[in-house]
Design a protein around this ligand. Structure first.
Ligand code: R5P
Length: 303
């Protein structure tokens, strides 16, 4: 089957590798920014996609807002070119943490993003570890949320003895459970409170059985590193030997690397879901494009 990949700027090299995994044709996209700041793009050779499926591949970090409009324009261009089906692969779906109205007057930002992708012409949406599965319901049918914690935790196991997987809050418990069940490990979770106004977090004291054990902390996003650093401190204070972290999306803003180093974290495994990679001895990236390719293949019935 002829399949085409239309890439966004910040994830173009990964999109190229994904198209090799799929045996698809990688389309070059020309970009420019107008003097007033508006963006322009054009899929080169787009007449080839008429009647064929197109996989639009773009991630939403860094430059969430630019990537968002770029993704919508790519989908629209593929649709205008006659694509028979458009699968949008967004490894990091930004705005997913605002998945409900927490405080009066707020929007559901996740709904805005996901519905826009659907309304502009996306038929299926594939993401990696959406902050919460429920954001995909805004899209309707044909969504895939890929969990890659088995891959990430498998890497972390190289550095651990007698490990236990810990989620830093209840929201991440399903991630710990997923990896633990696949790999036959123990798991538990901590209780986190976040101040919705200031964003500051507090991990509630909780007895967990980590004495003399190594701990793998799993989470979806590391943004400022506050959650992971606080969780690590709590776990180390209870007698754990070593902390290794496995997270899907390492945004690593606001001094996150330093915070995690100071908290005594030994190593951090991240999936390659972003348009940025940090070159730091603490960080190792794990390639998840094979998992994405398998999911896209089965959506497109590629055998
Ligand atoms: C929140 O519920 C998420 O799952 C992450 O725990 C959070 O976004 C991490 O943010 P930070 O690194 O700034 O603490």
């Amino acid at each position: 089957m002829d399949v085409y990949v239309a890439p966004g700027i910040s994830y173009a090299s990964e999109a190229k590798r994904l198209s090799s995994y799929l045996g698809a044709t990688y389309l070059e996209v020309r970009h420019k920014v107008f003097p007033d700041g508006e963006r322009y793009l054009r899929i080169e050779g787009s007449s080839r996609v008429d009647g064929k499926p197109v996989v639009v591949v773009n991630t939403m970090f860094p430059n969430q807002n630019d990537s968002f409009i770029e993704t919508l324009m790519l989908i629209n261009a593929a649709k205008k070119a006659g694509a028979s089906k458009i699968v949008t692969f967004i490894p990091y779906l930004a705005y997913a943490r605002q998945d409900k109205v927490f405080l009066e007057g707020e929007p559901i930002s996740a709904e805005v993003v996901v519905k826009a992708i659907r309304n502009v012409g996306g038929d299926c949406l594939v993401v990696v570890d959406a902050h919460s599965e429920k954001v995909l319901r805004f899209f309707g049918t044909c969504t895939v949320n890929l969990l890659v914690f088995d891959k990430l935790v498998e890497k972390a196991l190289q550095h651990t003895n007698n490990p236990v997987i810990i989620a830093p809050d209840e929201g991440a418990l399903h991630r710990a459970e997923y990896a633990a069940k696949k790999l036959g490990l123990d798991y538990d979770y901590l209780v986190k409170h976040r101040d919705r106004e200031t964003g500051s977090i507090r991990i509630e004291p909780k007895e967990i059985s980590v004495k003399e054990r190594d701990v793998i902390i799993v989470d979806d996003i590391i943004s400022t590193g506050g959650t992971i650093a606080e969780a690590a401190k709590m776990i180390l204070s209870q007698g754990a030997r070593r902390i290794v972290v496995a997270a899907s999306h390492g945004l690593l803003v606001g001094g996150a690397l330093e915070k995690m180093r100071k908290a005594g974290i030994y190593r951090v495994y991240l999936a390659n879901t972003l348009g940025v990679k940090y070159d730091d001895p603490l960080i190792e990236y794990v390639d998840i494009l094979d998992v994405a390719a398998n999911a896209i293949r089965s959506l497109l019935g590629m055998g």
